[in-house]
Design a protein around this ligand. Sequence first.
Ligand code: F6R
Length: 607
Amino acid sequence: MCGIIGYSGNLEAGPVILSGLKQLEYRGYDSAGMALLTESNELYLVKKVGRVAALEKEIDPSILSHCGIGHTRWATHGGVTDTNAHPHCAGKVVLLHNGIIENYHTLQKQFGFAQTAVSQTDTEVAAQLIDYYYNRCKNPQQAICRAVDLLEGSYAFCILFTDVPGKVFCIRSVSPLVAASCEQGCFVASDLTALIAYTNRYFVLPEHTLLCLDRTGMTLTDLQGNPVDPDYLEVSWNIESAQKGGYPHYMLKEIYEQPEAFNRTVTPRIRNGLPDFSEEKIPDSLLQSFDKIRIVACGTALYAGMIGRSLLERKGKIPVEVSIASEFRYDPPVIDDKTLVLIISQSGETIDSLAALRLAKQLGATVISVINVKGSSIARESDYVIYTHAGPEISVASTKAYMVQISVLYLLAARIFLARGILTPEEVRTFIGNLGNAEKSISSVLEQRAEQIRHLAEKLAHCAHAFYIGRGMDYAFSMEGALKLKEITYIHAEAYAAGELKHGTISLIEEGIPVVAIATQDSIFNKTISNVREVKARGAFVILITKEGVHAAEDFCDIQIEIPQVDDFFTVFPIAVVLQLLAYYTAYAKGYDMDKPRNLAKSVTVE
Ligand code: F6R
């Protein structure tokens, strides 16, 4: 939510900030803004409702500056207006923010800021408060420290002082910020995608430390002014990984990157045909000693967790509960030091998942997280981290991250089965062999089914509603399929356990309503088909997804999409691709920007 960038260095700051904002735009795209401290030490400020491209048109290219800040907004407090766009100014302070200041109203009253406020945002109060203290102490660092001491909520700030040339001050609590320094200057941003064009060496700004970027270097101190040594990280990906690489959209590129992402994630974790987590230092003793597993996540990551649960319960008879992260804290979880908690998150910054992690640890549970973004908050606070190697996922709709989350859950489940003696090493080797083959089934759908799905999507594009049905694991796939469709095509889509439909929802089925029926689980195939017949009999337009070689009679399906013949536990891999392509091509047919669907942002860092 919201992308922020700060720069001080030898390059022209305007273009650096603008290109950073383009990379960060996937984090929020209601409005954008930029502030530069010019060569003649004046403030140049521009903000505009709309995408970064709208901001770009407003920028005066003749402005010369080597220091500035930029913001792309996902509105929380205050409507989408030019005035509410960041940066916000108060006196000599120019500030932009990612997060929410929860006590802004109290502070506004306490300090009488309401009279001078020009926006409806929670952010402006932070600028006012820093300016208030700056007027008294005349020291930027002290003013920031005194102000943040009063703030409740989450924040990542980049701050300019109009009488302090060439410097950007940064501080954060919860909301992410990464920083880097290289030949071209010093940079800070919400995530690495904005910095990767310059360097792949960076550090995550530790919470409650103060970073000051200057043209010649940067200083990091604690709030008492003592120097802090940052922990540098490196990523192996480059700027091309964060660009479209010839694809019309990030989403399509990321769908097609799945075989590679799968291999990068799985292959290094197989030794002698067995799953191996020695790199992550996860001891078998931990995997042997828990009583139950609790998986906590949001959205697509949650649906990945549901697949993990099916595998762990069905094959391992291990009790697993899956919780929506935003509900976890408010529905007091019954967990203790015998519970293994798995937090799944692509960004590693989802605030509800982070809060769930903290509660789980307070209650004594051990936490393993499955994370894509290196050094993210959830990764840092977990007892153990298993990184997925999807590379940067820029499209708001998650695709390759889901695929690799599931593959990690499969590896982890297999290691648990081995450690607990649920499966013999030979049985685990067979399972891992099947997992290794999943890459072929993913590629085969990409190569052989994309055209069929594209044609079908043109039909789906005209519908207002769609249903996804399935039983068992097929039901878990349905949930992800329906989410993908609704988030990028705005078609109302519902996932239903196929057998549950007739307990109410079947009343919505009428002539021509599309029903995507997933029937890839051999043991319950006939049961699902009975439900398919029920909707077909009521006029539904049935898109049936089965394994290859299943003869689907015309009386129960209109279109059949076949996936390769794989064991039931492994159908998720090709199915995920079918469902992603169906959503992508439907959004394409409707002419929507599926990389930046309305009202959404890639990383949900507010509650
Ligand atoms: C849907 C999607 C979201 C995320 C969810 C969790 O396509 O991308 O549902 O899966 O917001 O995000 P992470 O995985 O970053 O915690």
